[in-house]
Design a protein around this ligand. Structure first.
Ligand code: DQA
Length: 145
């Protein structure tokens, strides 16, 4: 199985960005751990982080992956275009947030992705990505011919 991990704007700052909300893991640590877990499970994982909406959209259009794990970051609350990209390639996806967006400002409580996601994980910090990978692999197994 091939998984595409997509991280949106400002997540390159993880580790030093508002650690009370987002923890102390850097994005590089998160990606390395996820890549290890994917490889151990016989899957592969490619990763893109960008602060530019069109780069995330282009990566989704170009991917050969079977499944997307995405933390759209602030684009969660703004981007019809990124939502449409996922629907356009018709790939199943899981939405991840490090923080519990429901316990924060009201504008974070609407997502342009959740109604189309296989599932949503939020508030569990960096571990949320591991749970998402687990769920993605289980989902792909149930879909296998
Ligand atoms: C986030 C939550 C978003 O509201 C915020 O804009 C982010 C990160 C999270 O992982 O908790 O940048 O997606």
């Amino acid at each position: 199985a091939k998984i595409l991990l997509v991280n949106g704007p400002n997540l390159n700052l993880l580790g030093r960005r508002e650690p009370g909300h987002y923890g102390h893991h850097t994005l590089a640590q998160i990606v390395a751990e996820l890549q290890q877990a994917a490889t151990a499970a016989g899957a592969s994982l490619e990763h893109i982080q960008s602060n530019a909406e069109h780069e995330l959209i282009d990566a989704i259009h170009a991917t050969q992956a079977d499944f997307v794990i995405i933390n759209p970051a602030a684009f969660t609350h703004t981007s019809v275009a990124l939502r449409d990209a996922l629907l356009g390639v018709a790939l199943p996806f899981i939405e991840v947030h490090l923080s519990n967006v429901h316990a924060r400002e009201p504008f974070r409580q609407h997502s342009y992705f959740s109604d189309k996601a296989i599932g949503v994980i939020c508030g569990l910090g960096a571990r949320g990505y591991q749970y998402a990978l687990d769920a993605a692999l289980a989902h792909l197994k149930t879909q296998a011919p």
